[in-house]
Design a protein around this ligand. Structure first.
Ligand SMILES: [Zn+2]
Length: 286
């Protein structure tokens, strides 16, 4: 471990190349996570509902959907995707954005998410260097990318990721990795409560539900990673990010899509994680 760190201290380029290539592959995996997690959840809900409503019937024996099974196929012609068709970015370019068998177009979103993952990961490397903070910073980045796109697609923020992220934040900060243990605990509590209060006020005033519980859990997780002092910045930044992306999407799609707040919290959280202290210093004027 020590040899690794000192090697990368002497050869920062090697670190950038290693993390760059590795995170392209992670990006490819995140595409699978983003596509499959909502489907896995739907399958679980369906089975739960069936079990509750018709306990006498056997559960329909459908193929269980997990992150690794069944193998990836083309959504159009169901031809299995070979390993050499699954190389991040390069395969998409080599296939010119089409399925190798049926020539059905493959969304440009796949290589873009791989590139985004690599770029965000390299920024983490540039900020933290070869440290434990870099390692866990990469994990945070990857989970936030998955959550952003899952929520954007489906208006869902799966507990399995938000709550795991929160637990991980509390665990690493019990050793003071990014903030003190006390600050992590209060970040978690206040992160959850502040959106919960907004949610309740909104419900009392308008009689509608304006956001999901997933949003509270995500902000709680970010609080656990960065402490309560970052929360006002995250909330402010998320409205800013939301306004900018909202305007862009309105121009592109010209139609009213369901509103998800989670992606903006995730993006704002990541910006605060990287540049939060600098932004606060500039803002507070010292
Ligand atoms: Zn195909």
């Amino acid at each position: 471990m020590h040899d690794f760190i000192s090697y990368f201290m002497i050869n920062p380029t090697a670190l950038y190349i290693a993390v760059g290539l590795f995170s392209l592959c992670i990006g490819s995996f995140l595409n699978v996570v983003i596509y499959r997690t909502p489907k896995m959840m739907e399958q679980e809900w369906r089975q739960d509902c069936q079990f509750l409503l018709h306990p006498e019937q056997a559960i329909i024996d459908e193929t269980k959907f997990t992150l690794s099974k069944p193998d990836s196929t083309c959504p159009n012609c169901h031809t299995p995707i070979r390993w050499y068709q699954n190389i991040p970015v390069i395969s998409w370019l080599a296939l010119r954005g089409k399925c190798g068998a049926c020539k059905n177009p493959i969304s440009i979103r796949y290589p873009l998410i791989e590139l985004l993952t690599a770029i965000c990961s390299l920024i983490i490397v540039a900020i933290f260097g070869p440290t434990l903070q870099m390692l866990f910073g990469l994990v945070l980045t990857w989970v936030l990318i998955a959550l952003t796109f899952i929520d954007f697609d489906t208006q869902l923020l799966p507990d399995r990721y938000t709550l795991t992220l929160a637990a991980l934040g509390l665990a690493i900060n019990s050793y003071g990795l990014y903030t003190t243990p006390t600050s992590a605990i209060w970040g978690y509590i206040i992160g959850f409560l502040c959106l919960w209060i907004v949610y309740y006020l909104f419900k009392i005033i308008t009689g509608k539900e304006g956001m999901g519980y997933g949003d509270f859990k995500l902000l709680a997780a970010l609080g656990a990673w960065m402490g309560p002092l970052m929360l006002p910045l995250i909330v402010l930044l998320s409205s800013l990010v939301g306004a900018i992306i909202g305007i862009i999407l309105l121009k592109i799609r010209k139609e009213n899509q369901p509103f998800a707040f989670g992606p903006y919290i995730a993006i704002a959280g990541w910006i605060a994680f990287i540049w939060g202290e600098q932004i606060m210093k500039i803002y507070l004027g010292h």
